[in-house]
Design a protein. Structure first.
Length: 458
């Protein structure tokens, strides 16, 4: 199916010293020469005059691909080769949940800004939990499933801590594709598992954690038994770039000083860096923001490798010995990820090297926050009338820490990405508020079923 289209895209090994290229005709997850991950690369430079087109599409009705916050920017990720102006052509290739994915934008929240120690007018938060399945993953699934459609794929698979599985299951159900989801024991929030089951996915729980489940998906992908929709799939990351496009579109293409977001499997880290690399090369932006990745203390591989072991991209000359030794020690000691923020409870992120590339390109930083800091930050977001799951609150806690350490100044402009909806993990929310010792707890008041007793406590 791919060969019949005029494709101006290819896949390329991420290491400059290798640079092997591949066409789009099969679900290739790694370089056959050196084993590293791949990027989707494009031929030609889209013109910045498209900004006006994107604005026009934002206000359009009746074309779900114009309404989509992913496909509104289709010229910037046109690996399908479709004519972006011909509905009859692109509608037969692009995959969407009726245009509902990616309808997000940055907003100001005064109380949250005060909590973080920044000026409200200088700080925006973008709630990707407003996507149809409640997380940022819908951005990437739109593009991953588009590539799967191009290849005529009938079976997909993923490993998941929850959000990947619920998003992939929704897209698979909508497309009539079989999906198998691998989860670890007790490593998925009930809200996310409920979505996954309800959308009809086949769920396989293995005796292990996310990293074990991810290993199984890689093995299946290498055998070409299933098409993988985890973020090791470079086509999924293409959709996640649009999170940055929407930030810039809303800010009239003025680049903020900082972009801050949680780090789990590091797909967003990779996608956001690639977005700005391309936009800068294409002449769309003249400035690169600093990117700050926030790890949970109990799942802090990137933080430790980047800060303590000083592991860097180094122009693509990554010291694999450092990574191998670190992972071998994890295996030797049996260390597992331990954090209530289950969405980022990952110790062996598949996009580690791509994340290092982003950090080098953006002069970025990695910080870690503990569960208490995330729990309090999540509650503060709730007190503003908005909600996010715990992993998302890593962003708020991370900005607060970066400000306190004077790495972000109150005069700098900051955009924080909140990745998942509050109702993804209601059990964590309820446990927090049930404990009056928590700083922002809102413990239910128990009272007799009597009007006078009720009036006394009101």
């Amino acid at each position: 199916m791919v060969s019949s289209m005029k494709i101006n895209a290819f896949q390329q090994c991420i290491l400059p010293s290798c640079g092997e290229t591949y066409d789009l005709s099969k679900p290739q997850i790694e370089c056959e020469h050196c084993g590293n991950l791949l990027d989707v690369r494009y031929v030609g430079h889209p013109t910045p005059a498209l900004r006006a087109v994107f604005k026009e599409r934002l206000n359009s009705r009746g074309d779900v691909f114009n309404e989509s916050g992913v496909w509104r920017f289709r010229e910037l990720l046109n690996f399908s080769g479709a004519d972006c102006n011909k509905y009859a052509e692109y509608s037969n290739l692009l995959v969407s949940l009726c245009g509902a994915e990616g309808r997000t934008k940055p907003i100001h929240l005064r109380r949250v800004a005060e909590y973080m120690g920044v000026k409200s007018g200088n700080c925006w938060l973008q709630f990707e939990g407003d996507n149809p399945t409640g997380s940022f993953k819908d951005n990437g699934m739109a593009t991953a499933f588009t590539h799967a459609r191009m290849l005529g794929i009938k079976k997909v698979a993923c490993a998941s801590t929850g959000n990947t599985s619920s998003s992939a299951a929704a897209f698979a159900a909508n497309a009539g594709i079989e999906i198998v989801v691998f989860i670890g024991e007790g490593k998925i929030a009930k809200g996310k598992l409920a979505q996954t089951l309800d959308y009809g996915a086949r769920v396989v729980q293995i005796k292990g954690d996310f990293d074990d489940a991810m290993r199984r998906v890689k093995e299946l992908a290498r055998q070409e038994a299933f098409y993988p929709v985890n973020s090791l799939n470079p086509f999924r990351l293409e959709g996640q770039k649009t999170i940055m496009y929407r930030v810039l579109d809303y800010l009239e293409w003025r680049v903020p000083d900082w972009i801050v977001f949680p780090g789990g499997n590091l797909g967003n880290t990779s996608a956001f860096g690639k977005a700005f690399e391309e936009l800068y090369d294409w002449g769309w932006v003249r400035k690169i923001p600093h990117m700050a990745v926030v790890n949970a203390e109990g799942a802090n591989t990137l933080y430790r490798l980047f800060n303590d072991y000083e592991l860097k991209w180094n122009g693509g000359r990554v010291d694999d010995n450092v990574i191998d030794a670190y992972y071998a020690e994890l295996d030797r000691t049996g260390e597992k990820a331990q954090t209530q923020a289950s969405a980022i409870e990952i110790l062996k992120p598949v996009n580690l090297k791509k994340a290092l590339r982003t950090l080098e390109y953006t002069d970025g930083v990695v910080v870690q926050v503990n569960d208490k800091e995330m729990l309090d930050a999540r509650a503060v977001v709730g007190r503003s009338g908005f909600g996010c799951e715990l992993a998302s609150a890593a962003t708020v806690a991370g900005i607060k820490k970066l400000v306190s350490e004077e790495r972000i100044s109150e005069d700098e402009t900051t955009v924080g990405i909140l990745t998942g909806h509050v109702l993804k993990d209601p059990d964590t929310v309820m446990r927090y508020h049930a404990d009056p010792r928590n700083a922002f707890s809102n413990t239910p008041i128990v009272v007799e079923n009597d009007l006078h007793a009720i009036l006394e406590i009101l």
